[in-house]
Design a protein around this ligand. Structure first.
Ligand code: SF4
Ligand code: SF4
Length: 104
């Protein structure tokens, strides 16, 4: 499983170009940035930089959980990312950390 530190190193590489959004099935179905890879990666980045996973209660709610948990881990986005971010694995790893936090 990826650590918070490893996930942060990956999401910090995002240039916000949006190339990853075009092949994403959930983005195309819902037409909402939060439900695409760029939105998910930057949501994860914001959560970590606000202290999530480092002892701070950043208030997990459906606005945070739903976009991340609905990723299908299909990795269609990975092939498009010029920064080489392992997008699907990052989101998958962060799902596990959310579940660990909720089930504690
Ligand atoms: S892995 Fe997740 S974010 Fe990437 S294309 Fe598939 S559903 Fe979208
Ligand atoms: S393709 Fe990569 S760098 Fe561009 S927005 Fe998506 S995750 Fe960020």
């Amino acid at each position: 499983m990826m650590s918070i530190k490893e996930i942060h190193e990956e999401v910090k590489k995002c240039m916000y170009c949006g190339f990853c959004e075009f092949p994403c099935p959930t983005f195309n179905a819902l037409r909402s940035r939060a439900y695409g890879p760029r939105g998910r990666i930057n949501l994860i980045k914001a959560l970590i930089e606000n202290g999530f996973g480092q002892g701070k209660d950043v208030g997990l709610n459906s606005d945070v959980i739903n976009p991340i948990m609905t990723c299908l881990h299909c990795a269609a986005c990975d092939t498009q990312c010029p920064a080489g971010i392992r997008i699907a694995d990052v989101i998958h790893g962060f799902k596990a950390i959310i579940l660990e936090t909720i089930l504690k």
